[in-house]
Write a protein that binds this ligand. Structure first.
Ligand code: 5RP
Length: 231
């Protein structure tokens, strides 16, 4: 699938999700190119139908800027109790709706918004679907103070770590001033075991395994159908 075809599918999934947002609700908005189409579609609903949201929280400055450009007010996660719904993209989605996220580097805020949401919908094109989690580097956000030790430990564990780099050839720095190590273990051998290991590794801030979180995935297929897959 070329980029143009993929963008068309991303837009279709995003537009469908935007129709599912309820007026006056508290909305979490994720990050990425699919979410950018979702934000555009929210803007259209605002202009055409007067869509109003009680609160919006986002998972990146990119999404925040786009929303504010469309006249939406964006709050901090700490200012709300819970989101009624969070809509986000994903890098890979397995048959059981577990996912890998964080390709855009926003995994820490994405997981915090997700965990504080009553319902989570992911919007994807069909290229993101896998039977078992894998096929995409697994991001791990690490504190700079012990990142070298974390990297070596991951190497010893056979997780094939790589530093994420930015466009200038420097280590990519997250929203919180940390680094990202991408693990190339593919397929992810035992997602819950690996998540547990990473959750208990000192220096790891967050990782991109989003397990048992997603309630529904809207998938745009290249045959023109849109699938709404629920847990
Ligand atoms: C960012 C993410 C994104 O949701 C994920 O990378 C999908 O992005 P895109 O919609 O551009 O394919 O997890 O950290």
């Amino acid at each position: 699938m070329n980029k143009e075809e993929q963008d068309k599918l991303k837009k279709e999934a995003a537009t469908k999700a935007a129709q599912m947002v309820k007026n006056n609700s508290v909305l979490g908005v994720g990050t990425g190119s699919t979410v950018a189409f979702f934000i555009d579609a929210l803007g259209e609903r605002k202009a055409k139908e007067g869509l109003t949201l009680k609160h919006i929280v986002t998972t990146s400055n990119r999404s925040k800027k786009q929303l504010e450009g469309l006249g939406f007010k964006v709050d901090e996660l700490s200012e709300i109790d819970q989101a009624d719904l969070t809509v986000d993209g994903a890098d890979r989605v397995a048959d059981n709706l577990d996912g890998i996220k964080g390709g855009g580097g926003a995994l820490t805020l994405e997981k915090n918004v997700a965990i504080n949401s009553k319902k989570i919908i992911w919007i994807v094109d069909e290229s993101k679907l896998v039977h078992r989690l894998g096929g995409f580097p697994l991001p791990v956000e690490v504190l700079p103070i012990s990142c070298e030790q974390n990297f070596k430990k991951f190497e010893q564990e056979g997780l094939k770590p790589q530093w994420r780099m930015d466009e200038n050839g420097h280590r990519y720095v997250t929203h919180y001033g940390n680094y990202i190590i991408d693990l190339a273990a593919d397929p992810v051998p035992a997602p819950h075991g690996l998540a547990d290991y990473l959750d208990h590794t000192v220096g790891v801030v967050e990782h991109g395994l989003f397990l048992d979180m997603c309630d529904e995935v809207i998938i745009a297929h290249s045959d023109g159908t849109i699938e709404d897959k629920k847990k």
